[in-house]
Design a protein around this ligand. Structure first.
Ligand code: XMP
Length: 334
């Protein structure tokens, strides 16, 4: 619509004025905020923007390729993909404490990103002049949150995502074009900029990714099983429609995902017994993520999902549904 068209024009002019002919680095995560920031800045300055996409190996099925396909393929933006999966798995080996896992993932993420940004600042890869700006997808609620320091968790979440203090450490100027926008405005802007609605209206995904959805020690084998099971769950949530509202169950839930439990249970297959892993499906409805109800998914949907996971993902022989609300349970399992 026109209001958004005007907004884009103004925002583009502002970015061009701020940045001039200098180059900008942006950490692309595949999440809504960094994606919309990238699309907007790319609209303004094209090849002066260099996106850095750190793949920590804890992303969902094909997620890394989808991010590359969208930004490099369709938008023709410069994107440097850093494949750090082995590095992260190595650092996580033998670690099962949830907070320790989070800290490792957060710290390594910053280290990898910093190293990449330093290279780009020095003029590597696509950065011809040497980048002078760091762009972040900070939105208005993040601004309020860091000013008011709501809860310890809120601060932790922020420090992982919008890497605090990084511009100063890197000697880069900070560009935050979404600072004045609320989440729903960011989504509208994303659609107006041509990002696909499925991307812009995605459920939130935590910075530590599958690292907090594999209970205990993270192993590649577990992550691979979880990715396939989770993709089936999400696909069916998008397929099943509630007749009354006409919405899909993906739209009717605020967040839904699969959790990998590193325990084995007995099953039967043909004449034999199996002894394989268990997953839990989690789906919640919430307005603020501070409290949440478990979603009353239709049995037909649960049946389809469990049947498909058990048949299609060898190595998992049992599917459970999490019927815990927050509080006292949290949305994530770690
Ligand atoms: P919990 O599990 O605390 O989660 O009920 C509330 C919301 O926060 C997300 N979450 C995170 N997001 N980094 C993030 O970026 C994190 O470390 C993190 N931990 C939880 C969670 O997915 C849910 O949306």
């Amino acid at each position: 619509d026109w209001v958004m068209g005007d907004y884009i024009e103004e925002a583009v002019a502002r970015i061009r004025e701020q940045v001039g002919d200098e180059e900008v680095i942006l950490g692309l995560s595949g999440g809504v905020d960094s994606s919309v920031a990238a699309a907007l800045i790319h609209r303004a300055i094209g090849d002066q923007l260099i996106c850095v996409f750190v793949d920590h190996g804890l992303l969902r099925l094909n997620e890394g390729d989808m991010v590359m396909d969208m930004f490099s393929g369709k938008l023709h933006a410069k994107v440097v993909r850093v494949d750090a999966a082995e590095l992260f798995l190595g650092k996580l080996a033998g670690v099962s404490d949830p907070e320790a896992k989070r800290k490792i993932i957060g710290r390594e993420f910053v280290e990898v990103f910093k190293a990449e940004a330093a290279r780009l600042k020095a003029g590597a890869d696509g950065a011809l002049k040497g980048a002078q700006w760091l762009a972040q997808g900070t939105i208005y609620p993040d601004v309020i949150e860091s000013g008011g320091a709501k809860s310890k968790k809120a601060v932790t979440i922020k420090s992982h995502h919008n890497v605090g203090g990084l511009p100063e450490q890197l000697g880069l100027k900070l560009l935050e074009p979404l600072r004045e926008l609320f989440k729903d405005e960011v989504r509208e802007l994303g659609v107006a900029l041509g990002l696909p609605p499925e991307m812009v209206y995605r459920h939130p995904f935590p910075g530590p990714g599958l690292g907090v959805r594999i209970l205990g020690e993270v192993k590649k084998e577990y992550a691979d099983l979880l990715r396939r099971a989770d993709a089936i769950f999400i696909e069916e949530l998008r397929n099943f429609r509630d007749e009354a509202s006409g919405k899909t169950w993906y739209q009717l839930t605020s967040q839904a995902f699969t959790v990998f439990l590193p325990v084995k249970s007995v099953g039967v297959m043909g004449d034999g017994r199996t002894y394989e892993y268990v997953v839990a499906l989690r789906a919640v409805q919430t307005s603020d993520f501070m409290t949440a109800d478990w979603a009353e998914l239709p049995y037909a949907l649960l049946k389809k999902v469990s049947g498909r996971i058990i048949n299609e993902v060898r190595g998992i022989n049992r599917v459970t549904y999490d019927v815990s609300s927050k509080p006292p349970a949290t949305i994530e399992w770690e």
